[in-house]
Ligand binder design. Structure first.
Ligand code: SF4
Length: 61
């Protein structure tokens, strides 16, 4: 099963992932992205590829 996570130290708060899918990604108290719903599909994989800093990591668990 695949899981998505955001490496907080790499997130630059650009907002792309939250704008693309606000069911999975939201802002945390520091204005960084956080995963609020665990879901990996083609859309989420595409969003991970669009993150300018590679902060969105998908792993096989
Ligand atoms: S796309 Fe990447 S850098 Fe931008 S808010 Fe999301 S995790 Fe952070």
């Amino acid at each position: 099963m695949k899981e998505v996570e955001v490496i907080k130290d790499l997130c630059i708060s650009c907002g792309i992932c939250m704008q693309m899918n606000n069911e999975v990604f939201d802002y945390d108290d520091d204005g960084k992205s956080v995963v609020i719903k665990q879901m990996v599909n083609e859309e989420i994989e595409n969003i991970a590829g669009m993150c300018p800093t590679g902060a969105i990591v998908i792993t096989e668990k």
